[in-house]
Design a protein around this ligand. Structure first.
Ligand SMILES: O=C(O)C(=O)C[C@]1(C(=O)O)C=C[C@@H](O)C=C1
Length: 313
């Protein structure tokens, strides 16, 4: 039997790569992809696992991940199955001999540039920010572009990049704004409830992610009445039993013909004071909530749309 394979945002040395190692047992095969959309697109019969960043404690949501979660495959062929939080300590990395005061270009992933905005503004005021697909790609690009004279660029990335890409050195450590910088990642799998292949033992979080989208709102309402949806979600006997509550709400444009019509992502959480709740009971409670939201939307006159559980873990 072939080894389980996990797709991640590459190249080698990204934070996603490190988080994937934290989650997976040693026998898993890693496949680097160039973007989060490509990571998601790689999931099929041979690549059954993927890890994607969801949110950062300093800079907020990873928009590309939420945008990918609008895809109809998410919730029908791909499911969120667990989460992992990684402490993010960024370094300023450059070619040997680069001087801080001469840096005019600072390359990194948009999230990392955002997490270090204050450092860049105060310590590298002349530097132009250049956003690339990942932090490790930023480090690698310093070597790719090296022509022996240009030492006016630097990358923001993890310290491991100087080992993965020899020929670079650390100019400054811990350059993120604030010491408690963390990113939360989600583990995706091609099965909704089957046991996961070769991950380390995973905690039961009693979490779930719901996607709600309506296409034909009643004429007076451009967007969803979230309070009605929230009430419907938490008000079944099963959801009460699991102390289901709303943890987080995010929205992205639906990209349909109705301007400002959003796809809403609602993250649910069960009561952690109820250790007796098992994943299948939790999943039933979430689905009971989802069913009630469907009825609520129908009763409110929404004709087309969807309410989908895209993962419970
Ligand atoms: O560029 C990387 O190293 C990534 O793994 C992506 C990513 C992100 O998208 O948030 C992951 C963790 C950090 O927050 C910075 C960047």
């Amino acid at each position: 039997m072939s080894r389980p394979t996990i797709a991640y945002l590459g190249p080698e040395g990204t934070y996603t790569h490190q988080a994937a190692h934290d989650v997976c047992a040693s026998d898993v095969q890693y496949v680097a992809k160039g973007s989060i959309r490509e990571v998601f697109g790689a999931l099929d019969e041979s690549v059954t696992l993927a890890l994607v960043p969801l949110e950062n404690s300093t800079y907020g949501s990873v928009v590309e991940t939420y945008d990918t979660f609008r895809d109809p495959r998410m919730g029908s062929k791909v499911f969120v199955r667990s989460e992992h939080v990684l402490a993010i300590q960024h370094c300023l990395i450059a070619l040997p001999g680069t001087r801080m005061e001469e840096i005019t270009r600072i390359i990194s992933h948009e999230q990392a540039l955002g997490q270090c905005a204050e450092f860049i503004r105060t310590k590298l005021p002349k530097a132009k920010k250049v956003s690339v697909a990942s932090t490790a790609l930023a480090a690698k690009s310093l070597l790719d572009e090296f022509d022996g004279t240009h030492k006016t660029s630097a990358a923001i990335c993890s310290a491991v990049c100087i080992t993965v890409y020899p020929g670079l050195e650390i100019l400054s450590r811990s350059v993120q704004d604030g010491p408690a910088n963390q990113t939360r990642f989600l583990l995706l799998h091609t099965q909704r409830l089957d046991p996961l292949p070769l991950t380390k033992p995973l905690d039961l979080y009693l979490s779930a992610l719901i996607r709600v989208r309506v296409e034909a709102p009643p004429s007076s309402k451009l967007n969803l009445d979230l309070s009605g949806i929230f009430r419907s979600l938490v008000a079944t006997p099963a959801t009460t039993l699991c102390s289901l509550s709303i943890r987080h709400v995010n929205r992205r444009p639906s990209l349909n013909a109705i301007p400002f019509n959003d796809t809403v992502f609602i993250e649910l959480e069960g009561g952690h004071d109820r250790p007796a709740v098992a994943l299948d009971l939790w999943y039933s409670a979430v689905i009971a909530g989802v069913e009630r939201v469907r009825h609520y939307l129908q009763d409110s006159g929404y004709i087309e749309g969807e309410v989908v559980c895209i993962g419970s873990w």
